[in-house]
Ligand binder design. Structure first.
Ligand code: ADP
Ligand code: MG
Length: 298
């Protein structure tokens, strides 16, 4: 478990109320009426540097949040924006950030309905996004024997961040991620999938999270995972904003036809097992490339 996860556990004092179906621990919380809520923060110098333009930061703030909603099977319906901006205000930066933000809000078709604006030492941007899911899909409901799938390719954002001269696709993955939100909703509504989450921390970390939540193990064939040649980039960097989902083997042809009809590429990369480790066949998992709280003196 990362230190970040250990901190989250400190705050997990969730008790069931009549209004809440799913509390802390999934990509979003689910209210009794099917409303799904998620919040994500981006801090300058932590979540972005000058590889991202202000427009890119605006786009990405929306993308990382709708990614979590899509992974729950919820269509984003509204957003709230909280900004801490250093004083004196840099209006040029702020207007350029707004351009990218609204470009993404329009792309995913959701209105900004409120927020908060304060001064702070470092640009810190928080977006809260909500929407409805008719059939929310959790991380905790994968079953032994289920197939494991991902959408798209993994490790492109890693290449965008780490390569001195990234390809346009790698740059776009880092700066303008486009999570397959509509496909997540379609998968959820199809009733084919058993568990789903988005890939934000890297397949190594996120699959371990899904398996822990579902009390299962997994076997993954690295040769079936499309993406960066470098295994650490592909499995242990993160920022993929693709979907990780599971479905029983008898759903294969229906899952594949949904992928074709939505033009979202998928790969079947392995299966869930009854207990046991989360294994990469023929290789060991590369070490994580990033942590929010590296070990150090207290
Ligand atoms: P994701 O990467 O999908 O956004 P995280 O791994 O960041 O998910 O968070 C895991 C779970 O912990 C989520 O349900 C999230 O809402 C919850 N969480 C994270 N930080 C806090 C916090 N400070 N207080 C309460 N819940 C939190
Ligand atoms: Mg998530």
């Amino acid at each position: 478990m990362t230190q970040e996860k250990a901190v989250i556990a400190l705050f997990d004092r969730s008790r069931k109320t009549n209004d809440v179906q799913v509390g802390i621990g999934d990509d979003g919380a689910v209210l009794r009426d099917g409303t799904v809520l998620t919040v994500d923060t981006m801090v300058e110098g932590v979540h972005w540097d000058d590889k991202l333009t202000p427009e890119d930061v605006g786009w990405k703030l929306v993308a990382v949040n709708v990614s979590d909603l899509g992974a729950m099977g919820a269509k984003p319906a509204w957003a709230l924006l909280a900004m801490a901006l250093p004083s004196p205000l840099d209006m040029t930066w702020t207007e350029r950030f707004r351009e990218g933000l609204f470009e993404a809000l329009n792309f995913y078709d959701l209105p900004l309905i409120g927020g908060d604006t304060v001064s702070g030492p470092t640009r810190t941007l928080t977006l809260t996004v909500g929407g409805k899911a008719a059939h929310p899909v959790l991380r905790s409901t994968g079953k032994p024997g289920d197939d494991v799938y991902i959408t798209g390719e993994l490790g492109l954002a890693a290449a965008g961040f780490l390569d001195p001269a990234p390809t346009p696709a790698a740059r776009a993955a880092l700066c303008r991620p486009t999570p397959p939100v509509r496909f997540g909703v379609a998968l959820a509504e199809s009733g084919l999938v058993t568990a789903m989450m988005d890939l934000s921390d890297g397949l190594r970390e996120d699959l371990a999270t899904l398996c822990r939540a579902s009390s299962v193990g997994a076997e993954i064939d690295p040769a079936q995972v499309p993406g960066a040649a470098d295994l650490a980039h592909r499995f242990s960097f993160g920022e993929d904003y693709q979907l990780l989902f599971t479905a029983p083997p008898d759903a294969r042809s229906a899952v594949e036809s949904l992928s074709r009809s939505q033009a979202v590429p998928i790969a079947r990369i392995g299966r869930l097992t009854a207990g046991g480790p989360v294994r990469l066949l023929g290789a060991s998992w590369p070490a994580p490339l990033y942590t929010h709280f590296p070990p150090g003196p207290r």
